[in-house]
Design a protein around this ligand. Structure first.
Ligand code: EPZ
Length: 428
């Protein structure tokens, strides 16, 4: 086991290259099992734990996966069969539930254990189930030796239908897209999620021969194609807007100047706008953004929302920046019930944060001090790294397996921009 050790207080300076979007690559990996005619070559996969797990899951179902290099995988899904994947893999991540949509689309039936993932309070899957039922599946909860499973069965394959989501769900939108790509007839998803990874999945499916229109808007129309029509392709995953946003905030929190390379600035608009409101200077180029801090950072208010709002996956990082900025900020979590579990760790570093339900009030401007903290989930872990970089003294972060699930080479990338950061072995 390892921990991250940071001696804080040094401004970051230099360039950071952003990798492929984890939350875009994951559904595309599961979508590749819909491809029965040829192989999928996926490029710009981030080298993070969740990608390894997803590839292992589809391998366990019979896919032939060849890792061409650290960021490229070749997937031949011809021999995939419907089977319960190993619970030990499924329960380690949220995205494993994309198997439900993908298997349902390919075989008309699916069975998967309940997924794992970060703990933000209850994370029900009722919208996914409603989507599958609307597409003609009978969905039941079953129990096997490996625990609670979801089973979805159709009589003769998935049938297109109109689906209206009462509230936006990234995962349910993706699962319905996966199930509907080879359905009989037209599926219309209303109040669909609009995240860039929804568009990325649609682009992958369409490159393989699917007919998905409107991704990136609240209405997605999917005309089902014959299963044999989905052919292999080479596809490059888009850059990770959350990884980019995390380093933008890190640069700002340390008063540094960093060029964040290989990004799509449009995807970063909400984050860039809020940073600018706090006094950060953002210069947008075609595929990079430069972040610098010409003057003192000031407080702001943020409510996280589905895209194009401020991503909930940037909430803990912004919380740290609000601790550093002068004045009182309000941070409202608009997506999950319980995503402030990490604030005690920041309090241990000297932060003044009051939490009332989904609202955090942050009195910023006092220094943060190094402490021993934990990564309680993926983005909270990233926030601890930022806090450690901004703090005076030494911060030690344990439980970093969470951080490794979503950030490729975080220590190396920060070292390259001047951070005093290292990975240290700890005795079990
Ligand atoms: C995805 O989770 C991401 N995970 C999360 O990324 C991200 O925080 C989230 O979208 C929101 O952007 C992956 O892409 C693997 P949702 P997901 O369905 O799909 C409720 C990260 O750090 N809901 O949009 O699970 C739910 O409880 C992570 O990379 C239901 O009530 O999110 C939440 O309050 C963590 N019923 C809200 O909707 C459902 O059936 C939005 O969840 C589904 C969701």
């Amino acid at each position: 086991m390892e921990k991250i050790v940071i001696n804080g207080g040094k401004p970051l300076n230099g360039e950071i290259e952003i990798g492929g979007m984890k939350n875009g690559a994951l559904p595309i990996i599961f979508a590749s099992i819909l491809v029965t005619n040829g192989v999928s070559v996926l490029e710009n996969l981030p080298a993070v734990k969740d990608i390894d797990l997803s590839l292992e899951i589809i391998e366990s179902l019979g896919a032939k996966v060849e890792r061409i290099d650290r960021h490229t995988a070749r997937i031949d899904a011809t021999s995939v069969k419907v089977a319960e994947p190993p619970a030990s893999l499924v329960r380690k991540m949220r995205a494993s539930y994309y198997l439900l949509g993908a298997e349902l689309g390919r075989f008309g039936e699916a069975v998967v254990q309940y997924p794992g993932g970060c703990d933000f309070g209850g994370r029900p899957i009722d919208r996914h189930i409603k989507g599958f039922e609307t597409l003609g599946a009978t969905v039941t909860e079953t129990f096997s030796e490996s625990g609670k499973c979801v089973r979805a069965v159709t009589e003769d394959g998935v049938v297109g239908a109109n689906i209206f989501f009462d509230d936006v769900s990234v995962g349910a939108t993706i699962n319905v897209m996966l199930a509907a790509a080879t359905a009989k007839g037209l599926t219309i998803i209303e109040n669909a999620a609009r995240e860039p990874h929804i568009v990325d999945l649609a682009n992958f499916l369409n490159t393989c021969g699917a007919k998905v229109m409107g991704a990136g808007t609240p209405t997605i129309k999917i005309t089902g194609v014959d299963k044999n029509e989905l052919h292999g392709c080479t596809y490059t995953v888009v850059p990770d807007m959350i990884e980019a946003g995390t380093y933008m905030v890190a640069a700002a929190a340390t008063g540094g100047k960093v060029l964040i390379k290989n990004v799509i600035p449009k995807h970063l608009e909400a984050t860039s706008t809020k940073l600018a409101e706090m006094g950060v200077k953002i210069v947008e180029n075609d595929d990079s953004v430069e972040v610098s801090v010409p003057s003192e950072l000031t407080a702001t208010n943020i409510k996280t929302l589905p895209y194009p709002g401020i991503p909930t996956d940037m909430q803990p990082q912004f919380c740290v920046l609000m601790c550093v900025a002068q004045g009182v900020s309000k941070l409202i979590e608009g997506v999950f019930d319980n995503r402030f579990q990490y604030v005690d760790q920041l309090r241990n570093m000297g932060a003044s944060i009051e939490v009332n339900g989904r609202v955090a009030t942050i009195s910023g401007g006092s220094p943060l001090y190094g402490a021993s903290v934990n990564a309680s989930d993926l983005r909270a872990g990233a926030a601890m790294v930022i806090a450690g970089l901004a703090a005076q003294g030494k911060t030690e972060i344990e439980n970093i397996n969470y951080i490794n699930r979503g950030y490729e080479d975080i220590v190396e990338k920060l070292l390259a921009v001047g951070a005093d950061i290292s990975l240290v072995n700890i005795e079990d």
